[in-house]
Write a new protein. Structure first.
Length: 190
């Protein structure tokens, strides 16, 4: 290899993050090994260093999405000192600032085309729903109210970036504050 074209080594996490960007921008159908290595500028050997085959890669990708954008968040919030309402506010802030749902719609669309992924996506959805319901119940909402508010919250989080992409950050923050007031009833509960 010449000095002008050094071999690029990617960690497993870097591979997975780059692949999530491909899925988000081009869809899961474009997630082919040849396309990936060409797009990233590495050899197939780099891919096979981390993954046995495409199926292993796809499973690893969905597991990474689940871990990075769901489990790490709920683990962080479990350690966060504060009321259920403060944790929900922190969650909204994290979703907004860190764009935690930026891959969600693409992953879900891809799962429709690849049914093997549906159970893996459902695992993430179930975890998110259960966590949100726990927070809403902690705020004093009934089981039914908590379930409905959790679904509304997840819908808002998934679509927020696309719905408000033409707004400034300040305008989006104002929308998030208004949504938080709406979803929590604008009052301190429990």
């Amino acid at each position: 290899m010449s000095a002008n074209n050094p071999v690029q080594h990617l960690s497993r996490e870097e591979w997975l993050e780059k692949a999530l960007s491909v899925v988000s921008s081009k869809g899961g159908a474009k997630l082919r090994i040849n396309n990936l290595v060409a797009g990233v500028g590495v050899t197939k050997g780099s891919f096979y260093w981390h993954f046995k085959h495409r199926e292993d890669f796809v499973r690893s990708l969905i597991d990474h999405w689940h871990e990075r954008y769901t489990l790490r968040v709920s683990d962080y919030l479990d350690d966060f000192e504060g009321s259920a309402q403060e944790k929900l506010r922190k969650l909204m802030e994290m979703v907004f600032v860190e764009q935690l749902t930026r891959h969600d719609l693409a992953i879900r669309s891809w799962a429709v085309a690849e049914p093997k992924l549906q159970a893996l996506v459902k695992r993430t959805d179930d975890h998110r729903m259960n966590y949100l319901q726990m927070l809403f119940r902690g705020m004093g909402f009934t089981e039914e109210e908590a379930a409905l508010r959790s679904r509304v919250f997840l819908g808002y989080a998934a679509w927020e970036a696309g719905l408000f992409e033409t707004m400034t950050k300040s305008q989006r923050e104002q929308k998030a504050i208004a949504f938080f007031e709406l979803i929590t009833g604008g009052r301190e509960l429990g």
